[in-house]
Design a protein around this ligand. Structure first.
Ligand code: SF4
Length: 445
């Protein structure tokens, strides 16, 4: 359970020595209570207090990583119920199911689809994050054979092995033992054996329960068996149950400090109807799923879900920004066009993407407007003729361009006259209002 600032204060040395960077021990205690500081900043705190505070300040949802290398998936660490309270930390991971009844070629094909699913959106790599191999055949040999194909064809992709049969689990999981897989399928009848396999292979254990009461009893038992890292399946499959169970789990962990459910949640959304599957997955993204398992990969579905996930898991208090500078798109020559825009990430990536599509090498001057889009920055007085002129003059771009022409976003055409006055010797051209007409605009020049 989280401690209050006053409770934390009682555990501190109370010397007000300021070594932690706070003016008093009480101020530091308040920061700790709000999770804005680490106890390590106080060099004089006792080991006992450190232990108590360490436990109390641990995130209510246990941080767990599965997979290895740069595609490893981070889960948990969440501290709030609502995104506007602070932010959601680790985005839901999407996994696609591969059944062990499929042929080697079919498995290899899905592995390739997973690898090819990666896209770049506003500077972030988005992808189908994991593969879940299910033992639907019930045959240990088939599970192992399918696992070997995945290990060979998708070595970098994090893997979930789904089976309730400990013998089948052991053979398949050990193929991924150095890649921190998830072994899903520990239930009331096999928990001891599955826990032992997870421990031996350094796997995260997926706990499969029938309802929330059974779930918390199972996690307590498994923790007692020495497994610290678990993902939770309450048995919810319908949208209504998923929303209810995921919310109750998150609420119990965060508000009540219930450690038995303080783990990431895995939801199974497989449906024959892709649209329904996509809708269910979107419910999981919005409502606390750490892993969302789907039956298929389709580009339209990926795009919709990736965008939703990205929107929900960005920090609402921090606008996404790119660095202020003159960006080169292609290999611009002195006579190449020079555009200007603001440093809101989405604006930058859309404008630069459209210039790239046009295949006309250009310069793009990106001005720091605190992450605001063009019109908002203009309305806020951050994208004005004087400020643009100052930025262009200080950027030094003048020495690189032959014709001193600056292309303004069409939405701020109103600035062109004033800008011509502030930038003597420059020609100001009003460019398109919408970025998607940039290629046509460049073609007409
Ligand atoms: Fe208090 Fe420790 Fe900070 Fe010193 S370093 S002011 S003892 S909390």
């Amino acid at each position: 359970m989280a401690l209050s600032g006053v409770e934390i204060f009682k555990l501190l040395p109370k010397t007000n020595c300021k070594k932690c960077g706070s003016p008093t021990c009480l101020a530091f205690a308040m920061k700790l209570a709000q999770r804005q500081a680490s106890i390590d900043a106080c060099p004089d705190v006792s080991e006992e207090a450190k232990k108590i505070l360490g436990e109390a300040s641990a995130p209510p949802i246990r941080p767990i990583t599965f997979g290895a290398g740069e595609k490893a998936v981070k889960m948990g660490e969440e501290t709030v119920l609502f995104r506007h309270d602070k932010k959601f930390v680790n985005p839901s991971a999407f996994a696609v199911e591969i059944k062990d009844t499929l042929s080697e070629d079919e498995i290899a094909k899905i592995c390739q689809q997973v690898i090819d699913s990666e896209i770049d959106r506003v500077g972030q790599k988005l992808r189908i994050d994991a593969i879940m191999l299910s033992n639907v055949s019930g045959d240990a040999g088939k599970l192992e054979a399918a696992a070997k194909v995945i290990a060979a064809k998708a070595a970098v992709v994090p893997v979930i092995i789904s089976t309730t049969n400990p013998q089948a689990a052991e053979a398949a999981v050990k193929l991924f033992a150095d890649k921190r897989p998830i072994l899903y399928g520990a239930n009331t009848s096999n928990a001891d054996a599955m826990a032992a396999i997870a421990k031996a292979n350094k796997a995260v254990l997926g706990v499969a329960a029938n309802g929330l009461d059974e779930l918390s009893g199972l996690t307590e038992k498994i923790k007692g068996l020495g497994v610290a890292d678990m993902v939770l399946d309450s048995g919810a499959r319908k949208a209504k149950e998923i929303i209810a169970h995921n919310t109750l789990i998150r609420r119990a962990a965060i508000k009540k400090g219930d450690k038995t459910v303080g783990y990431p949640v895995i939801n199974f959304m497989q449906r024959q109807d892709s649209l329904l599957e996509g809708l269910l997955a979107s419910v999981g993204v919005a409502k606390y799923a750490s892993i969302i398992v789907m039956s298929s990969i389709e580009k339209w579905k990926n795009l919709a879900l990736f965008t939703l996930r990205q929107n929900i898991y960005t920090d609402p208090q921090v606008p996404m920004q790119v660095e202020q500078k003159i960006y080169h798109i292609g290999e611009p020559k002195p006579e190449s066009p020079l555009f200007i825009t603001t440093n809101f990430s989405l604006t930058y990536f859309i404008v630069s993407g459209e210039i790239e599509n046009s295949k006309v090498a250009s310069r793009l001057a990106v001005m720091d407007c605190e992450g605001l889009s063009v019109l908002t920055a203009w309305a806020a007085g951050k994208f004005t003729a004087s400020k643009i002129a100052q930025f262009i003059q200080e950027s030094g771009v003048e020495k690189d361009v032959a014709n001193k022409e600056l292309i303004l976003p069409g939405y701020v055409a109103i600035l062109s006259g004033a800008l011509e006055e502030k930038l003597p010797g420059w020609k100001i051209t009003v460019g398109p209002r919408e970025a998607n007409t940039i290629p046509a605009f460049l073609k007409t020049r």
